[in-house]
Design a protein around this ligand. Structure first.
Ligand code: XMP
Length: 509
């Protein structure tokens, strides 16, 4: 495995992804990791990440410099390289001006990490300080116009440094450089596959939970579904899933989930129908944040009451993913940590005193999908578009009534049918309908109508942090609009949302 020491760069998770794409397992650890823990982990190599600090900042992050004496190959990236240069006796100075953006590396030594890379190659720079004097035994392997010491190595000690970021796509040959480090220098085995991960986690879940019972809140999303499947393969009937039907789901969603989990996968599952309870708690509430709070609270109450019925449960399974783990513990969490916090409605009461089992906590989303495939989860669940915890409640602008829910559910079902039939479901990050608190005049047959307006929202995105409105073909938009107005009573107008995020958000509330 490769150990990545986290100096706080926004690109950290990208380093981990690149390494795993090359089928090598890696872990990201904070800089206060001890040399003893590193020895225990037995990494084949270490990557010191970049970071926003300058080594001259009073509180700049540092890792124990003894790691340079462990005889483990180390690659320092950006701040990581500067830290290495400084710790080993080189000189790092403020460059006067920050260098940010594209640059060309002139490769001075077309071997070791630059093997297979052209003699000049684009790279992505983002730094304020630069190395001005090398520590003993190091040599320059690459330079840019503004940065003479842009890449360095000490081949005998197997220490390497890049001032630029090989992990980003703006450094097109970065992956080759990382590959050279992983396989030529560190001699890593290529054994990170989802079936090896599944085997290993099934073994460790069994070991961790012994004979105890495990509870899991199933939402139907890919994370909780894959977690359920994995834990089920480890402990079978000792796992009980709880699915809370809050009455705010898409059409037939609960039914479909029941068929897959109960009939096909034979997983113990308790369905709690709590629609009435949610609806009455939400009565006359229009404020979006209030809606979220109420839904979160009722969910906790319902879940807890159901969980109590399962005697002897000691563990709670959760589908926490690696990005959440890194963001929640990183001192330099970055803006994403703040933006996403309000979405974790699913967090369960601490007072339940259950120990957590989080088998996906070292995986990225795309790996979770691959794992789902390996474990036999149907494609329909693996590729489900994200659906928010508060469900249709935040897609009904204004008050939520049974009638308005029914209208939105039908509209949404027609929309998804068209999106699927035209091959757009997987191309879109999300596609859904929003019911507006407005009526407008229309004409149907010879009759004047005065009915609801719905908006269609379809976006493309990589991670929901930013999103583009989808350029769906007019023909498809026309078909969607026609079908909705003809098939759903109470709607006489359909509009398409053409705003991107930022400055808009994906959801309307
Ligand atoms: P926004 O609307 O903030 O949404 O651009 C970004 C992503 O988060 C989802 N979302 C939520 N998910 N509870 C959730 O579980 C929520 O309260 C919530 N609000 C937004 C949204 O669907 C999109 O994928």
């Amino acid at each position: 495995m490769i150990l990545i020491v986290d100096f706080g760069s926004q690109y950290n998770q990208l380093i981990a992804r690149r390494v795993r794409e090359l089928r090598v397992y890696c872990r990201i650890e904070p800089p206060d990791i001890t040399v003893e823990s590193i020895r225990e982990l037995q990494p084949d190599g270490i990557i010191l990440s970049g970071g926003p600090a300058s080594i001259y900042d009073k509180h700049s992050p540092r890792v124990d410099p003894q790691i340079f004496g462990l005889n483990i190959p180390i690659l320092g990236i950006c701040y990581g390289m500067q830290y290495m240069m400084d710790a080993l006796g080189g000189t790092v100075k403020g460059a006067g001006k920050r260098e940010y953006g594209h640059a060309e590396v002139l490769v001075r030594r077309p071997e070791s990490l630059f093997k297979g890379v052209e003699s000049t190659t684009p790279c992505w720079m983002s730094h304020g300080d630069s190395t001005t004097k090398l520590p003993k035994g190091f040599r320059i392997t690459g330079s840019t116009k503004n940065t003479r010491i842009a890449a360095v190595e000490h081949p005998k000690k197997r220490l390497y440094g890049f001032q630029f970021h090989p992990e980003v796509l703006h450094t097109p040959k970065g992956k080759i450089m990382l590959r050279n480090f992983l396989f030529d220098v560190c001699d890593c085995p290529r054994n990170w596959t989802m079936s090896s991960f599944a085997r290993e986690s099934i073994r460790s879940i069994r070991e961790e939970t012994g004979d105890s019972k495990i509870i899991l809140g199933l939402s139907g999303g890919v994370d909780s579904s894959v977690t359920a499947l994995l834990i089920h393969q480890a402990v079978g009937k000792r796992l009980t899933c709880i699915f809370v039907d809050n009455g705010l789901l898409r059409k037939d969603e609960a039914k479909k989930l029941k068929t897959v989990f109960q009939q096909h996968l034979k997983i113990n599952i308790r369905f709690v129908r709590a629609g009435k309870r949610f609806l009455s708690a939400l009565s006359k509430v229009s404020n979006p944040e209030k809606k979220r709070k109420i839904i979160g609270k009722v969910f906790m109450d319902v879940f807890e009451a159901e969980a109590k019925k399962i005697k002897g449960a000691e563990f709670l399974g959760q589908g926490t993913l690696y990005p959440d783990v890194i963001e929640s513990r990183s001192a330099f969490g970055g803006p994403s940590a703040v933006i996403k916090s309000h979405h974790n409605v699913g967090g369960l009461p601490k007072k339940m005193r259950l120990k957590l089992v989080e088998p996906l906590k070292y995986l990225f989303k795309d790996e979770v999908r691959k794992l789902g495939k390996t474990l036999g989860l149907p494609d329909e669940l693996i590729w489900r578009q994200p659906f928010p915890g508060p469900g249709l409640a935040i897609r009904i602008i204004g008050e939520i009534t049974r009638k308005r829910l029914e209208i939105l559910r039908e509209v949404d079902a027609v929309l998804l049918e068209e999106i699927r039939a035209n091959g757009y479901y997987r191309k879109l990050w999300q596609s859904f309908a929003v019911l507006l608190p407005l009526k407008s005049v229309g004409i149907m047959g010879d009759q004047r109508t005065y009915e609801h307006i719905v908006a269609i929202r379809a976006v493309t995105s990589r991670d929901a942090m930013t999103a583009d409105w989808a350029k769906l073909p007019h023909r498809l938009l026309g078909a969607i609009s026609n079908r909705i107005i003809n098939e759903v009573r109470g709607v006489n107008r359909v509009v398409y949302d053409i705003s991107s995020k930022p400055p808009s958000t994906i959801e309307w509330e």
